[in-house]
Design a protein around this ligand. Sequence first.
Ligand SMILES: C[S@@+](CC[C@H](N)C(=O)[O-])C[C@H]1O[C@@H](n2cnc3c(N)ncnc32)[C@H](O)[C@@H]1O
Length: 198
Amino acid sequence: MTIQKDAVEILLAELEAFGIANDALHTERGQRMLNITRDTGELLAVLVQARSARRILEIGTSNGYSTLWLARAVQALQGAVVTVERAQDKFDMAQANFARACLQDVIEQRLADAGQVLQDSRDGAHDFIFLDSARSQYGAWWPQLDRALADGGVLVVDNATSHYAEMADFIDGIRGDARYTSCLVPVGKGEFIAVKSA
Ligand SMILES: C[S@@+](CC[C@H](N)C(=O)[O-])C[C@H]1O[C@@H](n2cnc3c(N)ncnc32)[C@H](O)[C@@H]1O
């Protein structure tokens, strides 16, 4: 039996190879793709489907690898992803990838600082937030993240094991917040998952 790979699957595999080769070549952060791992993408897709999340916010687009996982999952639910990136070159790379995947109708790209986007977000605007960006800012962003996350919403934070020390206060603060149920999942670089009570 021949199994046909869809266009998104082919693009994901291509981006994985590109990300590994590119990031091995460059040490400067701005030139690296810093993509999530494939199993993290699978986890995100499962969580989006399990939560029936239709209003997704991603902070940290890079070239759009993780966005593709979110977009493909949310497409089946007739939802959409807003993804935020402040670097023009990454924004442009992601835009080309979204067009190639024919997922541009499901994805709204914002070329902006995430702090400003969060500031401008309506209360409870998102039922799923994926945080993969400037880790040193997470603590300062928390009041807005908390406000923008809907009741019953899911927050996923990447690098929670690989860079735990950089966000320990942020993670421990959520762990201590009675409104949130959370866990640290040993997938990829460590995914901290917190669900806000409904
Ligand atoms: C780890 S990469 C994102 C990788 C992406 N989620 C993926 O897995 O394919 C982090 C991205 O966040 C962007 N970024 C950093 N600080 C930001 C900020 N304050 N606002 C918006 N984007 C920011 C960086 O330019 C970088 O492209």
